[in-house]
Design a protein around this ligand. Structure first.
Ligand code: FES
Length: 366
């Protein structure tokens, strides 16, 4: 009995000492003080250390892309860390390739500012700004996809390229107690600088999509940050293959609107796939493009048509359309937007047909 009491007392004492040391460490080691971040060997920030590099940069109005709210699950927030930043973490492995790792690429949400740092970011990120927009239109395009129109504050303009995206800062609301950023492609052409439109699909339990679909009203304010993204229309004379499913139509719509407005008459075929007839949307706009753009062709398919669809068109997936209609990769480039499995399958088919990897551009979304 005496032995048991002695053991319990010893364990309690050790636990107490460890807890004390831990709290001491938190108070001392956690207090990193002021640190210097040199960006692109040009700009210098003096910041309070201890937070993630992503949050620290955002606090200083340098907006690095982030679609998962800093949870390390989107891979958008890559930054080249040339000095400082500590050890590469296991949480970064799935998103940073070995080649990138060798160049110092890190997920800025995983990497803490504990020492002075030297980093490199794309210059265009200095043009990314936050805008408090007004929601001026909300429309149901299907029972799961809404179109929302956001007007920028008076006198402000968003300069973006066809295909780029913005991030919405979802506020705290009844079903979510955290603010999160989510990325959405812009559907309007770059000429629409004072207002942008987005197609937003409903994802069950998605924090931002639930907010947009269930709570957002016309007249509400919404913070956006942008523009972001390397998926953009490229000027060339190559024939274009466009392919999308669901809300993947968003950046493609911006590209087509841009081409239509600027009377670009490159040969372009848009392959679009949906499940059923009611899931097809913007068909009137696309039909209009077929009249105004003499080299534009739309080819659609349904993967699960029901009897009520009265569908006489193609049945199957976008991959089947690509297999059937795209003969080869000769002088062609492809722009793809959809979920990872759709993109991976289409890229594989295009490569088999002879497309060069550099001529395939894609935007994957979950
Ligand atoms: S913000 Fe998503 S992985 Fe860093």
């Amino acid at each position: 009995m005496e032995n048991i009491v002695t053991t319990v007392v010893a364990i309690s004492s050790i636990t107490g000492i460890l807890a004390f040391l831990l709290s001491l460490a938190n108070r001392t080691i956690g207090d990193y003080g002021e640190k210097k971040i040199i960006i692109n060997d040009d700009k210098e920030l003096i910041v309070e250390g201890g937070d993630s590099l992503l949050s620290t940069l955002i606090e200083n109005e340098i907006f690095i892309p982030s679609a998962c709210g800093g949870k390390g699950s989107c891979g958008y927030c890559k930054v080249k860390v040339l000095e400082g930043g500590g050890q590469f973490l296991a949480t970064e492995k799935g998103y940073v390739s070995e080649g990138e790792m060798e160049k110092g690429v890190r997920l800025s949400c995983q990497c803490k500012v504990k020492e002075d740092m030297r980093i490199e970011i794309p210059e265009e990120l200095f043009n990314v700004k936050q805008y408090l927009c007004t929601v001026t239109e909300i429309e149901d395009l299907t029972d799961k996809i809404k179109r929302i129109r956001l007007e920028l504050p008076e006198g402000e303009q968003l300069d973006y390229k066809p295909g780029q995206y913005i991030q919405i800062l979802t506020p705290i609301y009844r079903e979510s107690d955290e603010e999160v950023y989510r990325a959405y492609s812009i559907t309007t052409p770059p000429s629409s600088k004072n207002a942008v439109e987005l197609f937003i699909g409903y994802i069950p339990e998605g924090i931002c999509t639930t907010y947009i679909h269930k709570y957002l009203k016309e007249g509400d304010k919404l913070n956006i940050i942008g523009p972001f993204g390397d998926f953009q229309y490229i000027n060339s004379d190559k024939e274009m293959i466009l392919a999308a499913i669901g809300t993947g139509m968003s950046p493609i719509m911006s590209i087509l609107r841009y081409m239509n407005e600027n009377k670009i008459d490159r040969k372009v075929t848009f392959f679009f796939g949906a499940r059923t007839r009611p899931d097809m949307y913007m068909m009137d706009v696309l039909a209009e493009f077929e009249k105004t753009m003499k080299n534009f062709k739309l080819i659609t398919c349904l993967s699960r048509p029901t009897e009520t669809c009265n569908w006489t068109g193609e049945v199957g997936r976008v991959t089947n359309l690509i297999e059937k209609y795209v003969k080869d990769g000769e002088n062609k480039e492809a722009y793809l937007c959809g979920n990872p499995s759709m993109i991976d399958s289409v890229v594989k088919i295009l490569k088999e047909k002879g497309f060069d990897e550099e001529d395939i551009f894609y935007d994957k979304f979950e």
